[in-house]
Design a protein around this ligand. Structure first.
Ligand code: UDP
Length: 326
């Protein structure tokens, strides 16, 4: 008898995690959403709670978890610099202890496990665009290290579990992703600029604004993650997932002012330490191995995101607007 896929999503109440849970429910899976709600939000999962195939557990993955599942998406970790630098020791712990716990669980129940890794493993890259074979340029003692080195160590653990135990592992290196359910106060550039523009406040460009990023819409990212999880045993990655359109932060600010029709201006603030200068994924591998490429143009995705924040800012009391991310 065919039974439904039981899928565990850590960080399931976060930005990416909640979109992934919805997608898995739509594909008829049973979904176990695990989150400690440090940056995840109840609002992100409320609509799923009435679905009998959805289960929601408050749990911190730095502690072991005993459940029976077929697949594990390991997304649990605060993703914005503001949040992951709030408690950097805990950020390293969730990346390292969290990975060990989830890999141990995957080993015991023979589940496939996918790690949400990051473009941050490339650090301030000397290779452009970034290809998966580049080993990176990360400052191991700087303020971003808890996240960057934590994610790098998690990749090491995934490959060592694979080599020692022959496990089905998958590693996605996620580049900057944006969309509805980012949080008002998370400090990431798209959400911050959209909120400033909607409130008519100046957009805060760090440095001269000629640093670049490549922004992927959340729906495209979820497609890539699901495709990677469902590849054969021999496909491990790491595989870059992200949009290839590179844009300066100053251009992004201009685009958001234009698309919101805002009268906001731009002010410059100090560039944070170790802020990468350029970032753009080479997604050749994702195209070849997964048949995946992002399809949402930046303007379209930004418009969706503006719509989300516009509704949020106009319907929620100010006291409940700022929380974490995922
Ligand atoms: N940034 C900015 N103003 C802001 C927030 C971010 O100019 O209010 C810049 C930041 O310095 C970085 C880029 O936007 O160069 C992307 O920042 P984000 O925190 O979104 O992502 P990451 O640096 O992790 O790629």
């Amino acid at each position: 008898m065919n039974r439904r896929n039981r899928v565990l999503v850590t960080g399931g109440a976060g930005f990416l995690g909640s979109h992934l849970c919805e997608r898995l429910l739509a594909e008829d899976c049973e979904v176990l959403c695990v989150d400690n709600y440090f940056t995840g939000s109840r609002d992100n999962v409320t609509a799923m709670l009435s679905n009998p195939r959805f289960e929601d557990v408050r749990h911190d993955i730095t502690f072991p978890l005993y459940v029976e599942v077929d697949q594990i998406y390991n997304l649990g970790c605060p993703a914005s610099p503001t949040h992951y630098q709030f408690d950097p020791v805990q950020t390293t712990k969730v990346n390292v202890h969290g990975a060990i716990n989830m890999l141990g669980l995957a080993k015991r129940v023979r589940a496939s496990i996918l790690q949400a890794s990051t473009s941050e493993v490339y650090g301030d890259s000397h290779v452009h665009p970034q290809t998966e074979d580049y080993w990176g340029n990360v400052n191991p003692t700087g303020p971003r290290a808890c996240y960057d080195e934590g994610k790098r160590c998690a990749e090491t653990l995934f490959f060592d579990y694979r080599r020692q135990h022959g496990m089905p592992i998958k590693i996605a290196r996620i580049f900057n992703t944006y969309g509805p359910r980012m949080l008002v106060g998370d400090g990431r550039v798209v959400s911050t600029f959209v909120v400033h523009a909607l409130r008519g406040e100046p957009l805060t460009v760090y440095g001269d604004g000629d640093q670049t990023r490549s922004f992927c819409y959340v729906d495209d990212m979820i497609d890539g993650l699901v495709k990677l999880m469902n590849t054969p045993h021999e496909v491990t990655g790491p595989i870059n997932l992200g949009h290839t359109r590179e844009i300066t932060i100053l251009e992004l600010a201009g685009m958001i002012i234009r698309l919101t029709g805002s009268k906001s201006g731009i002010i410059h603030k100090e560039l944070p330490k170790d802020d990468p200068r350029r970032r753009q994924p080479d997604v050749t591998k994702a195209k070849d191995v997964l048949g995946w490429a992002p399809s949402t143009p930046l303007e379209t995705g930004i418009e969706q995101t503006i719509g989300f924040f516009d509704r949020l800012l106009n319907t929620e009391p100010i006291s409940s607007r700022s929380s974490g991310d995922g």
